[in-house]
Design a binder for this molecule. Structure first.
Ligand SMILES: [Zn+2]
Length: 320
C-alpha cells in the first residue's frame, strides 16, 4: 500500500531534475540554519530542522551522497526533496515552488552567498597609494592580542596618529598579489564607528574580493599548502606560532576569485572565526568542494584564531 508520497515523486521527472540541481546545504542555508552546522569529514552535523530539537548532533548530512538523517526524534531521513517536503509543511506544491526557486537562483558553487561584496570593481576606480607611512606598533590594541612589535613592523601595521583616511584606526599595509604595496586598511577602534560602518575601513574601490591578504609572502614560502583565516591579526598570530603559509580573506566570504587563487595551492586548511559567519562559510566551502584537498579546523566558540595563544594554534593546526 502506498501513502502517495513515492507515487507523487516518481510520476514527475521534474523532481529528478531538481534533485540534481539543489543540494541539502542550499536548503539549510535558505532557512538560515547553516551556521549551526559543523563539518566532520564528509558529514555536516547539526540540530534537526525538521523536528526542531536543540540536540546539536541530531541531524547528519552526507555531503558526498547528499542524503540526510535525523538520529533523534525523527529517526528518518532522505534526500533534498524529502527534506524540503518536511520543511514546507509537507505540502507538495510548496515543496515544488521552493525547489524551483533554489534550482533557478544563481549560485556560485555556494562558495560565497548572501552578503556578497559589491563585486563590481569597476564601480569605482581604485587608485593605489604607494607611499609608506610611519606607523606606531606600541598601541594597546596589539598588546591585548599579544602581537609583538617586530611582527607588526614586518607586516607594516600599527597606529596612525596623523589626520586623513586612517584617523582613529590601527592600520595595516595592503599589497597586490605580487607584493607591490597598494595602500592601507584601517581597523576602526571607536565602538560607535564600528557599529555604524563596520570594523574595517578600506580604500575607495579597493578590490578586496579579488585579493588574499598576505598572498605574496605565503606563496613565497613555497610549500604549496595554505591556511586561510579571516583577518590580518590571525595571520600575524599564526606567523608568531611558526606558520608562514597563511592568507586572509578580509571577511568570512570566499569570493569566486579568491577560490580560484586558492585552487593553485596543493592543499587548503580553513581556519575561520568561531562565529556564525565563520561556521557558515566553512560549511559552504566544504560542501562546494572548491578545492580537492580541503579541510577545516575551528577555534573555540566565540573566538578568532587571533585570540588564541601560539601553543594553542600549533596544537589545532597539527591535529587531523
Ligand atoms: Zn529530527
Amino acid at each position: 500500500m502506498s501513502d502517495g508520497f513515492d507515487d507523487r515523486r516518481d510520476s514527475r521527472t521534474v523532481w529528478r531534475k531538481w534533485k540534481a540541481r539543489v543540494r541539502i546545504i542550499q536548503v539549510l542555508e535558505d532557512i538560515g540554519r547553516l551556521a549551526e552546522f559543523r563539518v566532520f569529514g564528509r558529514r555536516l552535523i547539526g540540530p534537526c530542522p525538521v523536528h526542531g530539537g536543540d540536540n546539536r548532533r541530531a541531524f547528519s548530512v552526507d555531503l558526498q551522497r547528499d542524503l540526510w538523517f535525523c538520529f533523534s526524534r525523527c529517526q528518518s531521513g532522505g534526500d533534498v526533496i524529502d527534506l524540503a517536503w518536511h520543511l514546507s509543511g509537507r505540502s507538495w506544491s510548496r515543496t515544488a515552488a521552493w525547489l524551483e526557486r533554489l534550482a533557478t537562483s544563481p549560485t556560485q558553487q555556494t562558495v560565497c552567498s548572501g552578503h556578497q561584496l559589491p563585486a563590481n570593481p569597476t564601480d569605482r576606480s581604485f587608485h593605489p597609494f604607494t607611499r609608506r607611512l610611519s606607523l606606531d606598533p606600541s598601541h594597546p590594541f596589539f598588546r591585548r592580542l599579544h602581537i609583538h612589535e617586530d611582527t607588526l613592523r614586518l607586516f607594516e601595521a600599527g597606529s596612525w596618529w596623523g589626520p586623513g583616511f586612517l584617523q582613529g584606526t590601527v592600520a595595516v599595509r595592503l599589497h597586490d598579489l605580487h607584493g607591490h604595496p597598494i595602500g592601507y586598511a584601517g581597523r576602526r577602534l571607536n565602538p560607535a564607528d564600528i557599529t555604524r560602518w563596520g570594523k574595517w575601513k578600506w580604500p575607495p574601490g579597493f578590490p578586496k574580493s579579488k585579493l588574499l591578504w598576505n598572498w605574496h609572502r605565503a606563496v613565497s614560502e613555497g610549500h604549496g599548502s595554505l591556511v586561510v583565516v579571516e583577518g590580518a591579526w590571525s595571520v600575524m598570530k599564526l606567523w608568531q606560532a611558526g606558520f608562514r603559509n597563511v592568507v586572509a580573506l578580509a571577511g568570512s566570504c570566499i569570493s569566486p576569485s579568491q577560490a580560484q587563487l586558492l585552487r593553485l595551492a596543493t592543499s587548503v586548511t580553513l581556519f575561520l572565526d568561531g562565529d556564525p559567519a565563520g561556521h557558515g562559510a566553512t560549511a559552504r566551502s566544504l560542501a562546494s568542494g572548491f578545492h580537492p584537498s580541503l579541510r577545516a579546523i575551528y577555534p573555540p566558540e566565540g573566538l578568532d584564531p587571533a585570540d588564541l595563544t601560539e601553543p594553542h594554534l600549533r596544537a589545532l593546526l597539527k591535529r587531523t
